[in-house]
Write a protein that binds this ligand. Structure first.
Ligand SMILES: Nc1ncnc2c1ncn2[C@@H]1O[C@H](COP(=O)(O)OP(=O)(O)O)[C@@H](O)[C@H]1O
Ligand SMILES: [Mg+2]
Length: 503
């Protein structure tokens, strides 16, 4: 019999500096149940589960197993209590075989011939739960689905009664996802319980018994699956209120700036990521792309900014075809980019702010002449950016890595906007920013549009899209499910399109 008959989290709160990731959350689950934990990116799902796995200590709140309070000071405590977690990014050692990975840190193995015992254990678990795996294959040789099965076996071999899975299907093909769900069903029939983190409504509806919804760190809803449908879940996840739009100049969109025709792009894993997209963006227009991350948005942005080769189709910028895999060409055509991974791709952390203020333009006049950087001019420019974009820094000489996330983002946005772009591509530009900085960034994007610029805004934050955009296209599995304008959009329509219904 499973050791965990019931588990409860009571009044859990957790902050990271000013971000309240979890606020007074209550959660309960019992043996034989699959609980869905649903919420948009940043809602606090991973944080809550990291607390249950002993990776973070909560600021407040209690955890009870079978009615008894327990303290979890680390994953070892959690595993001892019967809690296992499989993270979004697998934590296996690539060079080792499946068997070696499962053997790592396995306390129960006998002293003599430990591998023989572990091999037996793998075979037994694999039979019991339908976890097909070859113990002698090296991990680098496994598909994402197989690696996940190794992680599950690893957790089960350490006697996990409750298994937490963080966005397990995000790396799987649809067929692999079906297989995973079969395994989970076998597990609960044998008395395990599962917490499945997901932001896919469809998935929650098909496998879970009950669902809890997080929104901006708070519990925004809880229900048995029989009592909800996708529309209701979308509403709980996104919130009822449509945010009011910011003031915008009353300008009509002008001529076509970016023209995308029948674009097909593969992901790094060689799977179709963008599947036959066609769209135009005009001057004085902000086109929003809504959708859950991982539906091809990133590949689309990379193709337009010259970082990724499409399989098929064309991208034309102001009448000129874009030469792909050529970021310099995109820059020359006036395409600028506020990237999703801003620390990795938007700045050079170890260089001072002033050098970061001209990263892509350092070879152009007036910052450089006769191949020499003109530092006084660059520092002046940096000072102007700091002032006009309200970047909080001791000086333009400060190293970029010492600025806070919001100030880094303001500088990147300032740099990109001040270069006078024809098209600004902004991917999740306010992700992780505090309210004030986020509002500032949005207003600057609108100001660019008011002056005749075009913007492609990729965001998971529907409030943000409603506040800023002139049109919103909803992307799902590499296709547009439809396009909405302020007079037609509703949370419910967008929610359903985000889950794959055509508008
Ligand atoms: N280790 C951390 N340090 C600082 N902020 C964090 C950390 N982990 C999460 N956050 C912040 O907490 C919020 C919730 O994040 P997370 O729990 O990862 O959400 P979800 O899993 O629902 O996408 C986000 O604003 C995120 O930026
Ligand atoms: Mg997460």
């Amino acid at each position: 019999m499973a050791r965990i008959q019931s588990l409860e989290m009571r009044g859990i709160s957790k902050s990271f500096l000013e971000v309240k990731a979890n606020r007074d959350i209550n959660l309960s689950i019992h043996a034989g149940e699959i609980l869905g934990l649903l919420g948009e990116n940043g809602a606090g799902k991973t944080t809550l589960m990291n607390i249950l796995y002993g990776l973070y200590l909560p600021d407040e709140g209690d955890i009870l197993v079978n009615g008894e309070p327990i303290r979890l000071r680390g994953p070892k405590d959690s595993m001892r209590a019967g809690i296992g977690m499989i993270h979004q990014h697998f934590m296996l050692v690539d060079k080792h075989t499946v068997l070696e990975n499962i053997a790592l840190g396995f306390d129960e193995a006998p002293f003599f011939f430990p591998h023989r015992a572990i091999r037996k254990k793998i075979e037994q678990l694999s039979d019991q739960y339908g976890l097909r795996i070859n113990p002698d294959k090296p991990v680098w040789n496994l598909s994402a689905g197989e690696q996940q099965r190794v992680e599950i076996i690893k957790a089960l071999s350490r006697n996990a009664d409750l298994l937490i899975m963080d966005e397990p299907t995000s790396v799987l093909t649809p067929q692999e996802a079906d297989e995973l769900f079969e395994i989970l069903r076998k597990m609960i029939l044998q008395g395990h319980s599962v917490i499945l983190i997901s932001h896919k409504l469809e998935e929650i509806m098909s496998i879970c018994d009950r669902v809890m919804v997080l929104r901006k760190g708070c519990l925004s809803g809880e229900a048995s699956i029989e009592d909800v449908d996708k529309g209701k879940l979308a509403e709980m996840m996104i919130g009822r209120q449509i945010a009011a739009a910011y003031d915008k100049a009353d300008v009509k969109p002008g001529g076509t700036v970016l023209d995308i025709q029948d674009l097909h792009v593969d992901s790094d894993r060689g799977l179709p990521a963008v599947r036959g997209l066609s769209v135009q963006i005009h001057s004085s227009e902000i086109l929003g792309i809504a959708g859950v991350s991982g539906n091809g948005q990133q590949e689309l942005v990379e193709t337009i900014t010259g970082l990724r080769q499409p399989l098929k189709g064309s991208v034309t910028m102001m009448g000129q075809p874009l030469k792909h895999v050529n970021a310099r060409d995109a820059h020359t055509l006036g395409i600028t980019h506020v990237p999703e991974e801003r620390i990795k791709f938007g700045i050079v952390p170890n260089l001072p702010l002033y050098e970061n203020s001209v990263l892509k333009q350092h070879r152009d006049a007036p910052y450089s002449s006769w191949l020499r950087m003109d530092y006084p001019v660059i520092k002046n420019h940096a000072g102007d950016l700091v002032n006009s974009f309200q970047v909080d820094t001791p000086s333009v000489n400060a190293r970029m890595k010492n600025l806070s996330g919001g100030n880094i983002q303001k500088l990147i946005l300032g740099r990109e906007i001040s270069s006078g772009p024809n098209l600004l591509i902004a991917a999740h530009p306010t992700y992780g920013l505090d309210v004030g900085a986020a509002e500032y960034v949005r207003k600057q994007i609108i100001a660019l549009r008011d002056k005749g610029g075009s913007v492609l805004l990729v965001s998971e934050d529907l409030d943000e899209l409603f506040m800023v955009c002139d049109r919103i296209a909803v992307m799902f599995e590499g296709e547009f499910m439809g396009e909405l304008t302020p007079d037609t959009w509703t949370i419910e329509k967008i929610g359903l399109m985000m889950a794959g219904s055509h508008g």
